[in-house]
Design a protein around this ligand. Structure first.
Ligand SMILES: [Mn+2]
Length: 402
């Protein structure tokens, strides 16, 4: 039996060798084709590698980076920065998250207080922590002294705009949130969100697949999930399938208790009072509402009251204003295609040197020093609020008459 196998093997080898001279060019051609196919496959794989994989070398080649959010960062911006800092840490790059402006609006404060991201405020370009800057949730640095000097190495955003990164630009204007893009990067690099119950355990035992890959801690995962919710009005508007895919990926690591605390924070009594005043003091003309809530301490309550009034049945535009420290603050919302809220409020402020107003079609805000609103000319220092004509002027602006 053994000798039979031996002779068979010998026969095969001998016949192969005897055919080789004839098959030479043929075999060479086959080998050549295989080599070409393999390199083509490797090239295509490299060329079409996911964005998260492309981002890695950009970060890996830097010792430290500064991740910059837009001014007054919202949950989407803060969460995207947190996710990106995590990706940087997986390639051994130090990341500092920085922001211009303030974290003042209630939703932003709650997010920050509960998830406690490591972020620093800056007001000048020389306060930026590293030479290499990555922008998240915006594509051109703004809102601080010298911001125009920033040449980011990478830009990750879902807003339109011309800003680009020197080494990496990923702008997906169809995405509902920047957090969805960052979650996708984490998925691209094989990172796995770990559930709060798994924290502190040996993750290699908890998640088989996590060996040699990064895990993502629940506070980052929860932040990214809330970033998606916050920018898409809880996945009810301006979303795409990609936002749901990102949420689905994050799902296993979400800390539901934290998410619930961020999404449903305790309501400040004054905010509730001001909402009540906004509803009872409202002046309704056709489908527009203007409401003077009087004196306020919590300026953030004005915009929250406007958010509430625009939900009233039959209302297409709502403007709320209140006064504080000699200033009248205005917040407007529109779901009326005829009313561009930002422009309407700018029209109200036109001609007043100390007033400021702005916004986009659905949302706007303005500030007026009370003396400028006074109609009597004198004694304006003691004014507690704007005169009744102020509401008329806002109505005219909403109608497009001024
Ligand atoms: Mn965003």
């Amino acid at each position: 039996m053994v000798s039979f196998v031996n002779s068979l093997v010998r026969a095969v080898i001998e016949s192969t060798y005897s055919y080789l001279p004839d098959l030479g060019p043929f075999v060479a051609t086959i080998l050549g084709l295989v080599a070409v196919a393999v390199s083509l496959w490797l090239f295509v794989n490299w060329f079409y590698r996911p964005m998260g994989e492309r981002l890695k070398p950009v970060l890996e080649t830097r010792d430290e980076i500064a991740i910059l959010t837009h001014p007054n960062p919202d949950p989407d911006a803060m969460a995207s920065a947190m996710g990106l800092a995590h990706i940087a840490s997986t390639v051994g790059t130090d990341a500092t998250i920085q922001y211009p402006g303030q974290i003042r609006h209630q939703e932003n404060r709650v997010f920050r207080n509960i998830l406690n991201p490591d972020i620093e405020q800056i007001s000048r370009v020389d306060e930026i922590a590293a030479d290499d800057v990555v922008l998240v949730d915006h594509n051109t640095a703004r809102g601080f002294e010298g911001s125009e000097k920033i040449m980011p190495i990478a830009v990750i955003d879902h807003h339109p705009g011309n800003g680009t990164g020197l080494d990496f630009t990923d702008k997906r204007t169809n995405y509902g949130s920047c957090a969805s893009i960052v979650a996708e990067y984490l998925q691209d690099i094989g990172a796995i969100p770990i559930h709060p119950d798994e924290v502190g355990e040996d993750t290699e035992n908890v998640i088989d697949d996590a060996v040699d890959t990064a895990v993502v801690q629940p506070n980052i995962v929860t932040g990214l999930m809330y970033g998606i919710h916050s920018d898409t009005n809880r996945l009810t508007s301006g979303f795409t399938a990609a936002d749901f895919d990102a949420a689905s990926y994050l799902c296993r690591g979400v800390d539901e208790t934290l998410l619930n605390r961020i999404a449903n924070p305790e309501v400040d009594t004054e905010v509730l009072d001001i909402k009540a005043r906004a509803i009872s003091n409202r002046d309704e003309r056709a489908s527009f509402i203007v409401s003077d809530v009087g004196g306020i301490n919590n300026t953030d309550a004005i915009s929250q009251a406007a958010d509430e009034l625009i939900l009233l049945e039959g209302v297409t535009a709502a403007v709320v204003y209140g006064s504080c420290n000699g200033m009248t603050l205005v917040s407007g919302r529109s779901r009326d295609d005829r009313v561009h809220m930002g422009e309407a409020l700018e029209a109200v402020a036109a001609g007043m040197s100390e007033a400021s107003a702005g916004g986009h079609s659905r949302m706007g805000g303005a500030r007026f020093p009370l003396p400028e609103l006074a109609t009597d000319g004198g004694n304006s220092e003691s004014l507690q609020g704007p005169p009744p004509e102020f509401a008329d002027k806002i109505f005219s602006a909403l109608e497009g008459d001024i």
